[in-house]
Ligand binder design. Structure first.
Ligand code: PXL
Length: 276
């Protein structure tokens, strides 16, 4: 059987809705074989305090080498990398591979409030990792941090942020407008052309892991050889269904439901993509 392979280099989110766990569940939904390099273990709740346990570079490298030698990689994504040291090592590792499809989700703060990137790691994110990316997928706070505090309040601001972020060197920028009011609009930019992706807004607070899952869905599409535009449209439909059917268990911000698209949400949603 011929199946494409997607690697996630990210943190383990014990609650199951974000991080590595979200990525693997998403890869499975897209019929892509998922592999993982865990950068840190995150288990944060009111009783565990910060609850972040970074892994040594030796441990991360061992995972990457095993995956590279034994399985192979058609596309990879990065999620929580946490430290400058990990970002620098991961960037160096990517450079010595021939992997072409690289999704960088510049994870900074989790919806459960965890600081998932150290402050002194921002320069390495901007200068070492982002230039290697096929696409970066910041949400509004992340775009703002990457752009020295630029304020984002409108779709025009998302476009301006994308214009500035493309200067860092990725091939595509997807700035996600989830925090605006009205429909859920994301801006995709390739340095020449803007595409607006529009989906209905779903009113729920249970969106833990939505960004991880969205970027994992894009990674799966790229692994299958889809264009970036096609991968992003499909991923937007997937994440909209996952948010529409999001879950609430005992406490905290609930996770999105990765199995929703196409199973419990037959029609998905209408995502329009408009060249502007
Ligand atoms: O959703 C951001 C995120 C990324 N990675 C890990 C996380 C979270 C949020 O909870 O735990 C490991």
């Amino acid at each position: 059987m011929n199946i494409q392979r997607a690697l996630t280099i990210a943190g383990s989110a014990a609650r199951g809705g974000a991080g590595i766990q979200a990525d693997l569940k998403t890869f499975q939904e897209f019929d892509v074989f998922g592999t993982t390099a865990v950068t840190a273990i995150v288990a944060r709740n009111p009783r565990t305090g910060q609850g972040i346990f970074p892994q040594s570079w030796d441990a991360i490298e061992a995972q990457l080498v095993t995956i590279e030698d034994d399985i192979g990689v058609d596309a990879l994504k990065t999620g929580m990398l946490f430290t400058k040291d990990i970002i620098e090592h991961v960037s160096d590792w990517i450079k010595q591979t021939t992997i072409q499809n690289i999704v960088v989700d510049p994870v900074m703060i989790g919806k459960m409030g965890s600081a998932l990137l150290k402050e002194d790691a921002m320069d390495a994110m901007k200068n070492d990792l982002i230039p290697l990316a096929t696409i970066i997928t910041p949400n509004m706070p992340e775009a703002s941090y990457l752009l020295d505090g630029m304020e984002l309040n409108s779709v025009d601001d998302l476009k301006e942020a994308a214009r500035r972020l493309i200067e860092l060197g990725p091939k595509f920028v997807l700035v996600k407008g989830g925090r605006l009011e009205g429909p859920a609009i994301d801006v995709l930019y390739d340095g020449k052309q803007f595409y607006l992706l529009k989906a209905p807004r779903i009113n729920t607070i249970n969106t833990n892991g939505a960004g991880c899952s969205y970027s994992a869905a894009i990674t799966a599409g790229l692994a299958k050889g889809h264009t970036v535009q096609d991968a992003v449209i499909e991923a937007k439909k997937f994440i909209t269904a996952a948010i529409r059917h999001s879950l609430m268990f005992k406490a905290g911000v609930g996770p999105t439901y990765h199995a929703a698209y196409g199973k419990y949400d037959e029609t998905g949603c209408t995502v329009t993509i408009e060249q502007v």
